[in-house]
Design a protein around this ligand. Structure first.
Ligand code: ME8
Ligand code: MG
Length: 630
């Protein structure tokens, strides 16, 4: 392996082909694809594994309902997954199916090893089982008869049969030790706390075979049993890179351990407890990291196959194309939160971020160059102070961008890129190249060249999310992303020559169907107005309120009025950095009220921008804390 190039192995969950893919599965898959492409951009060797989880009771039931044999059924539906991933340019290295011969044999080989070393024993299991989650529900989670599944809420069924058990209890202390030594094992780190609490409360041995179903991997040495679907499925992460095949030993050693397992929070327990325990028993290294994201919601509900509120990725593809949807998922969904999606939202995001901020900038550059017959843009010999400042901004942005990408907080990373795109737009606008064109040719070319250099750098950073559009953007600039050296592109003195080609807009603009809310006017007296005590305060601290997705707790310095604690529902719009240290306008004499158990002693004023995002109301220059608004 070359010294500065690394290997990167990333996976998605293998999805149940009990139904076609939906936007939830697309989201995990796009996250993994972006991670893979980001590493590819650095010249790393990348392996990206996805696939389908084809055994178990849930699939057997779905096949029966469709009047097909399980194998025919999964053959059809796994094709739908491949088709969807193709439409969205998912660049996977291998698509694993758990009915593949190699996987099946490797799982049997694995079971045989664990039986041999005494990690698996035969006993009797009785307890509640959730078919939808393919999960045993532990007694400590339920008390009543036929309880609802704590994960999905569906009714569980009673299982009572002979079963093989994996000695999970033997790994309790080792797991706790591992979490302690690897606090970054899970992103976002808070999610590891739930896992630790669960393990600390005591692990029982895990039933890993069934006698009452037949659609599964035959248990080695006991024809009455099939392998429990999770003991089968989790192993895809090793069998997919050659585990269990002597001829692929080198390949397996190269890729394992996995660098990143992407998944939704529904299956963290399987990945953060069972999977590491299985690997410890097998004598293999544990994965480097789990990226565990929240739900895509529709209104207040999780989008799920069984709720029947799923959005078909191919429908979205037809209406919006691959890149805008990939971008929407990455930019709109927060890794650490559940986020509702809607068609209106998608349109708004495409219009503002893609068509307006990025697309228009390219259009203006191309159109202006064309108007003044400038198709070749050589870099000027020297750059002016504005251009040097712009490059400094670019370098600063990329530093922050990389930190966020390194932590897999993609939504924040790309928010940062877009903030910089606003800076480019502001630069372009302030330089007024359309006025300069006639009188100072050199300056005109300088402005256009600086804009092209920044666009090129942004295209490289955005490429993992929108590979097709960014390749097209580069074509319009007469450059390519092939074999680029990212570091050089960003930090070395700009010296590229761009050759521009006029093209149609990169991104479409969509008409929004909702009407603008009508503004009702009614007057108040000046006296009424003076009853409202509006004050300027400095936001000194911003913290989360446990259990609230919308609220921040702010500590605000109002000078003569002292420090006050104020709850504000801007969490989904503004980051801690957007707020901390800022002066803003507050209603200071609003009667105190309790919000989520916390007293709020005032109200932060906000206004909505053209992207339906809230911005704080502030003052144009610094004023004394506690200053009155008149
Ligand atoms: O659990 N929002 O498969 P599955 C975001 N076969 N992501 C969502 C989502 C939503 N509303 N709905 C589903 C299984 N997902 C097992 C996995 S892995 C060894 C075996 C995504 O078809 C998310 O990644 O039920 C979630 O974890 C996964 O789909 C569940 O897919
Ligand atoms: Mg599921």
């Amino acid at each position: 392996m070359e010294s500065d190039h690394q290997k990167f192995y990333v996976t998605t969950p293998i999805y149940y082909p009990n139904a076609k893919p939906h936007v939830g599965s697309l989201y995990s898959t796009v996250l993994a694809d972006v991670a893979a492409r980001w590493h590819q951009l650095h010249g790393d060797r990348v392996f990206f594994l996805t696939g389908t989880d084809e055994h178990g009771q849930k699939i057997a039931q779905a096949a029966k309902a469709a009047g097909k044999s399980p194998q025919d059924f999964v053959n059809d539906i796994s094709k739908n997954f491949k088709e969807a991933w193709k439409a969205f340019n998912i660049n996977y290295s291998h698509f694993i199916r758990t009915t593949d011969k190699h996987h099946t044999e490797a799982v049997q080989h694995w079971l045989t090893q664990l039986i041999g070393q005494g990690d698996i024993y035969k006993s009797f299991y009785s307890g509640w089982y959730c078919v939808s989650c393919e999960a045993f529900v532990s007694e400590k989670e339920v008390s009543e008869k036929a309880p609802a599944c704590p994960t999905c809420g569906r009714t569980t069924e009673w299982v009572s049969e002979e079963s093989y058990f994996f000695k999970l209890s033997a790994y309790q202390d080792k797991l706790l030790e591992f979490y302690k030594n690897n606090p970054d094992f899970v992103t976002p780190p808070e999610r590891l706390h739930e896992v630790i609490a669960f393990v600390e409360s005591g692990l029982k041995d895990l039933s890993i075979s069934r006698t009452t179903i037949s659609w599964g991997i035959p248990f080695p040495g006991d024809e009455h049993h099939v392998t429990y679907v999770w003991a089968d499925a989790l192993n895809n992460y090793i069998t997919g890179v050659g585990y269990g095949d002597k001829q692929r030993q080198k390949e397996f050693n190269f890729w394992w351990p996995c660098d990143l397992h992407v998944m939704g929070k529904d299956i963290i327990r399987f990945h953060a407890i069972y999977w590491p325990a299985f690997l410890m028993a097998t004598g293999l290294e544990l994965p480097r990291k789990l990226l565990v994201h929240g739900w895509i919601k529709v209104g207040e509900q999780k989008m799920s196959k069984s709720l029947g509120n799923v959005v078909d990725p191919l429908e979205l593809h037809k209406e919006f194309g691959a890149d805008p949807i990939r971008f929407y998922l990455i930019r709109h969904m927060a890794i650490n939160q559940d986020t509702p999606m809607s068609i209106e939202d998608i349109k708004t995001r495409i219009n503002s971020d893609l068509a307006h901020d990025l697309g228009n900038l390219l259009n203006r550059l191309l159109a202006l160059a064309h108007k003044y017959s400038t198709s070749s843009l050589p870099a000027p010999h020297t750059w002016g102070p504005e251009e040097r400042a712009l490059q400094e901004e670019l370098i600063a942005m990329v530093t922050e961008f990389k930190l966020e990408m390194g932590d897999y907080y993609f939504h924040r990373a790309y928010a940062r890129v877009w903030k910089f795109i606003h800076t480019i737009n502001a630069y372009f606008h302030a330089q007024e190249p359309w006025k300069v064109a006639g009188r100072d040719r050199e300056k005109f070319v300088t402005i256009l060249s600086a804009t092209a250099h920044t666009l090129y750098a942004c295209a490289a950073l955005i490429w993992p999310v929108m590979p097709q559009s960014m390749t097209e953007l580069c074509t319009a600039l007469g450059v390519s992303l092939e074999g680029i050296h990212l570091e050089k592109l960003i930090t070395e003195p700009w010296k590229k020559t761009f050759t521009l080609t006029v093209r149609e807009p990169l991104f479409k603009q969509y008409e929004l169907t909702t009407e603008e809310p009508r503004v009702e006017n009614s007057y108040i007296s000046f006296e009424d107005f003076t009853k409202v005590d509006l004050r300027v305060g400095t936001i000194e601290e911003v913290s989360d309120i446990p259990g609230s997705e919308k609220l921040y707790k702010l500590m605000v310095n109002f000078g003569e009025l002292g420090m006050r604690q104020i709850c504000s529902g801007v969490k989904q719009h503004l980051t801690v950095e957007d707020l901390r240290g800022k002066q803003a306008v507050f209603v200071a004499n609003l009667a105190p009220r309790k919000i989520m158990g916390i007293e709020s002693q005032g109200m932060l004023l906000v206004a909505e921008n053209d992207k339906n995002k809230l911005e704080i109301v502030t003052v144009a220059g610094p004023v004394v804390n506690g200053a009155r608004i008149r």
